[in-house]
Design a protein around this ligand. Structure first.
Ligand SMILES: C[S@@+](CC[C@H](N)C(=O)[O-])C[C@H]1O[C@@H](n2cnc3c(N)ncnc32)[C@H](O)[C@@H]1O
Length: 470
């Protein structure tokens, strides 16, 4: 039985064929008013030696244009009244009585769209305006740089709609010190302001589609406003982010897009996913071939494939853990930049706790804390659940401060130099003399590190104690 559908074509006639009140959740992210004309082309992809598109197994495909349609994407009434209104009226008709619509737009259009949506749903059905804030890209100097999108949320019935507060991923408090450890550990329910990175150039979720939205934002919407087994519709589907969210969260989906490139991206993204009906489009040219029935896969290949899936899991699980961390941007920095950030964070934290702290000048990378020279080491948590503090040397300092950052926790250890060199692992003889490293799992630290730190808050008393003994 097919449970998911992907349509190629203009969404208006397709919406008209969907039954009344049959959709539980609608998310749309229509093209913003860019001032350019948008042209939709009806095409057919056929296998051809002269083709300029490359599918799998070296096959070439040619695109035949069946017809063209265009609409003006310029500012003003035509976009709102001629383009959006009839589509939103259909959306309202097919939305279930307990259903919700998320309408993703930007600051230039959001006010006009609010008025339009009020006129279709009624003002009392307006639930929220979500601000999705990101901090990416060039910043204008002549006005406040605009770094957010607006998501208008409407329900059909303000007295009866789905909102699963318990299913929403909680996020860390901005000032965990003010709420106590238990609450800080549990995190808080997100508000209507969502900080989330855009889909980065090197992100593993990236499909190459220019307006692709991040799964972190989309999944939160699906989790909050639908239940397992529900049907979710996106009739400006683009790269199909809603579809991917629905697959992982056990919802059914209907996607529509009129751009052949979007369909090609979705064909690749959903390659191998069963139970999808493609309407008006043949995805096969762009989907990976399965092994033919009876084809023998040799043992070496199988061995490599299972090893690769193991490594992929290792890498992916660590990425996922870091997804909403305020520190995820640190992960990809080169070692020298990480070292500097570590030093600055240690300086900030120790200064905030009343220590007298000075950074070295020029090439001197040591800190002076209450008159003692301190070397610093920084590590983010490795996927195996441990920190690795590297390139520790026997140089001119008294204490070594090691700062570790996990996705939602920070740890710190302080050691006298002579003590730590007894326990560290000898690495090799580097250009600057012998080098050592430490590996510490914060959940199960080795005995010799136990009284020397742990969660960041514990570092204060450790350092006081070590200084008192010196
Ligand atoms: C901003 S993009 C959506 C991106 C999507 N949310 C994602 O994560 O990839 C808007 C999409 O609407 C599609 N579109 C524009 N007009 C359309 C129409 N009349 N019918 C169907 N799709 C349309 C465009 O082709 C484009 O892919």
């Amino acid at each position: 039985m097919t449970i998911n559908r992907i349509y190629f074509g203009d969404n208006l006639p397709i919406l008209k064929r969907i039954s009344d009140e049959s959709i539980d959740l609608i998310y749309i992210d229509p093209p913003f008013n860019t001032g350019k004309d948008q042209i939709t082309v009806q095409i057919k992809t056929i296998k051809s030696k002269k083709g300029d598109r490359h599918g799998f197994q070296g096959n070439k495909y040619e695109t035949r244009i069946l017809g063209k349609k265009s609409y003006s994407d310029s500012y003003g009434d035509s976009y709102i009244e001629s383009f959006l209104r009839p589509r939103l009226q259909e959306a309202y008709r097919i939305l279930a009585p307990h259903g919700t619509l998320y309408f993703h737009i930007d600051y230039r259009e959001s006010h006009y769209c609010k008025i339009l949506l009020d006129s279709i749903f009624g003002r009392e059905c307006f639930l929220n305006e979500i601000i999705w804030a990101y901090d990416y890209g060039a910043k204008q100097k002549s006005k406040w740089p605009t770094k957010h999108d607006n998501i208008l949320v409407y329900v059909k019935d303000p007295k009866n709609y789905v909102f699963n507060a318990h299913a929403i991923d909680r996020e860390p408090y901005m000032a965990p010190g003010l709420v106590g450890p238990e609450k800080a550990n549990r995190g808080k329910l997100p508000t209507d302001t969502w900080w989330h990175t855009i889909v980065g150039t090197n992100s593993k979720e990236r499909t190459g589609y220019p307006t692709q939205k991040p799964l972190g934002v989309i999944n939160r919407i699906i989790q909050a406003s639908s239940n397992e087994g529900d049907t979710v519709l996106d009739f400006f589907a683009g790269s199909g982010t809603i579809g991917e969210g629905c697959i992982s969260l056990n919802r059914k989906f209907i996607l529509v897009d009129s751009n052949p490139v979007a369909l090609e991206v979705m064909a690749k993204r959903f390659s191998g996913i069963p139970k999808i009906e493609w309407i008006g489009y043949d995805p096969k040219p762009f989907q990976a071939q399965k092994a033919k029935i009876g084809q023998k896969i040799n043992q070496d290949f199988q061995l490599l494939a299972s090893a690769a899936s193991y490594y992929r899991l290792e890498i992916e699980s660590s990425d996922v853990e870091w997804e909403n961390s305020p520190f995820n941007w640190v992960l990809d920095l080169p070692p020298a930049a990480k070292g500097k950030i570590g030093r600055n964070l240690i300086t900030t934290w120790f200064a905030s706790r009343g220590f007298s702290i000075k950074q070295g000048t020029g090439k001197d990378s040591f800190l002076t804390v209450n008159g003692y020279r301190c070397a610093t080491k920084f590590s983010t948590l490795w996927s195996g659940g441990f920190y690795k503090f590297q390139q520790i040397r026997d140089e001119d300092y008294d204490f070594l401060i090691c700062l570790g950052i996990s996705p939602f926790e920070s740890h710190c250890w302080v050691f006298r130099k002579s003590y730590v060199l007894q326990h560290a692992t000898y690495q090799h003889r580097g250009a600057k003399g012998s080098e050592y490293w430490l590996s510490i799992n914060p959940e199960t630290p080795p005995d010799w590190a136990r009284n020397h730190g742990g969660i960041l808050a514990s570092t204060y008393s450790v350092f006081q104690r070590l200084l008192a003994r010196n």
